[in-house]
Ligand binder design. Structure first.
Ligand code: SF4
Length: 345
C-alpha cells in the first residue's frame, strides 16, 4: 500500500487521518504544523509527540522533498530554481525581487498541454500534474534557500503548466499555502494565472478569493486562436463573460497579461480593440515584451512601439504597465532552465 504523502494533505485532512487512527485531532494539526516549518528535516524533531507516536508517523507516511538541481542568480535579484521531483522529472520556480517585494512564481504541472505557440513550456509537451506537496513544496524549498532575509509576500501560479487544468491539486495547495499553521501567506497575495479555462475560472471564483490573471495575448478571436489553441474551445466572448462574473473582493482587479509579439498582436488597432474588449471589467493590463530566448518564430516589437501601444490603453484610462524583463542574464523565461538541463543530459 502507498504511504501517505503528509505534505499533500491539508490541516483538516491530517486531523481526519489522526481520528482514523484513534488519536485526538490535534495530533494531525501538530503534524501539519511541523511538516511545513522551513527548518523541519525529520520526524525525530517532533518533540511534542511521544516516541512511539513519532515512530508510527514515520512508518505510516513520508515527506516529499524537492531536490535543487540548479539555482541561478541574476544581477537584478531574480533567482531561478530547477527542482528534481521524486520520479526524476523537473520543474522550475522563480523568486522575483521588485519594488521592495519578493514574489514567488511557481509551477503547477510538469510541461503543459495547452500548446500556446509562443511558450517554451508548451514545447516540452505535457508530462503530469504536480501534487500539493510538489506545488507548495516549491514555496517551502525557496523559503529554505533564500534564508532569513525579507520574507516573500506574493505567490503567482505563472510557472510551468496551466494551474486550472490541475484544479483539485492547485486548490489544495492554496489551502496549505494560506493556512496559518502551514505557510501562512495571505489569500489576497496569491494570483492564479490561466490561459482561459472558462468553467474552472468560474469555479475558482466560487471556491476561493485568490487573484485572477488571464493570459490574454490578443483582443480578437482570429489572432488569439492562431497563437493559443484554447481559444478554439473557449473563444473570447465566453472568456470575457467569465471575467465579468468572477467574484472580486473590494478594490481587486483582474490582471490581463499581454505578451507583445511583433507583427502579430501589437498593432495600434489591436490596442484599441483591447480597450473595447475589457470595458467594464476592473482590470490592469500587464504588457510583456516577448523574451526572444530560444524560439526564433516570434520577435519582440521595438520599445518605442510598445510605448505607443501602452499609451492607447492609458488614454482609455486603463492601468497598463510594461513588465520589466527580469533575470535577463539567466534562463528566467518559463521552461528555459528545464530546456538547458535537458540539453546537458
Ligand atoms: S503559456 Fe501557460 S498555458 Fe500556455 S502553454 Fe505555456 S504554460 Fe501552458
Amino acid at each position: 500500500m502507498d504511504r501517505i504523502d503528509y505534505r499533500s494533505l491539508t490541516r483538516e485532512e491530517l486531523e481526519d487521518w489522526a481520528r482514523d487512527l484513534g488519536l485526538p485531532a490535534f495530533r494531525g494539526r501538530q503534524l501539519f504544523s511541523w511538516v511545513w516549518r522551513p527548518g523541519f528535516q525529520d520526524f525525530s524533531q517532533m518533540t511534542d509527540f511521544p516516541k512511539t507516536l513519532r515512530k508510527m508517523v514515520a512508518e505510516e507516511g513520508m515527506l516529499t522533498e524537492l531536490q535543487v538541481l540548479a539555482e541561478q542568480h541574476s544581477v537584478d535579484g531574480t533567482i531561478k530554481f530547477a527542482w528534481g521531483l521524486p520520479d526524476g522529472l523537473v520543474v522550475e520556480s522563480v523568486v522575483i525581487s521588485a519594488r521592495g517585494h519578493k514574489t514567488l512564481c511557481i509551477s503547477s504541472q510538469v510541461g503543459c498541454a495547452m500548446g500556446c505557440r509562443f511558450c517554451n513550456t508548451a514545447r516540452m509537451g505535457f508530462h503530469r500534474h504536480l501534487v500539493p506537496s510538489e506545488i507548495a513544496g516549491q514555496v517551502l524549498g525557496m523559503l529554505r534557500h533564500i534564508g532569513t532575509g525579507e520574507r516573500p509576500t506574493n505567490i503567482v501560479f505563472m510557472g510551468m503548466g496551466e494551474p486550472l487544468a490541475n484544479y483539485a491539486n492547485v486548490l489544495k495547495s492554496i489551502h496549505i499555502l494560506t493556512d496559518d499553521l502551514g505557510l501562512n501567506f495571505s489569500l489576497r497575495r496569491i494570483t492564479v494565472s490561466t490561459c482561459g479555462l472558462v468553467p474552472e475560472i468560474l469555479r475558482l471564483g466560487r471556491d476561493t478569493d485568490v487573484g485572477l490573471a488571464i493570459s490574454l495575448q490578443a483582443p480578437d478571436d482570429k489572432t488569439r486562436s492562431q497563437i493559443m489553441p484554447i481559444n478554439l474551445h473557449y473563444p473570447l466572448p465566453r472568456l470575457i463573460e467569465a471575467c465579468h462574473s468572477y467574484r472580486l473582493s473590494r478594490r481587486r482587479r483582474i490582471t490581463f497579461e499581454y505578451v507583445l509579439l511583433a507583427g502579430i498582436n501589437d498593432s495600434l488597432e489591436q490596442a484599441y480593440l483591447l480597450t473595447r474588449l475589457l470595458r467594464g471589467i476592473p482590470s490592469k493590463i500587464n504588457l510583456i515584451p516577448y523574451n526572444e530566448g530560444s524560439n526564433p518564430l516570434f520577435k519582440c516589437p521595438p520599445h518605442e512601439h510598445i510605448l505607443l501601444f501602452q499609451q492607447v490603453l492609458r488614454d482609455a484610462n486603463y492601468s497598463a504597465t510594461i513588465r520589466k524583463t527580469r533575470g535577463q542574464d539567466i534562463s528566467a523565461a518559463c521552461g528555459q532552465l528545464y530546456a538547458e538541463l535537458k540539453g546537458r543530459d
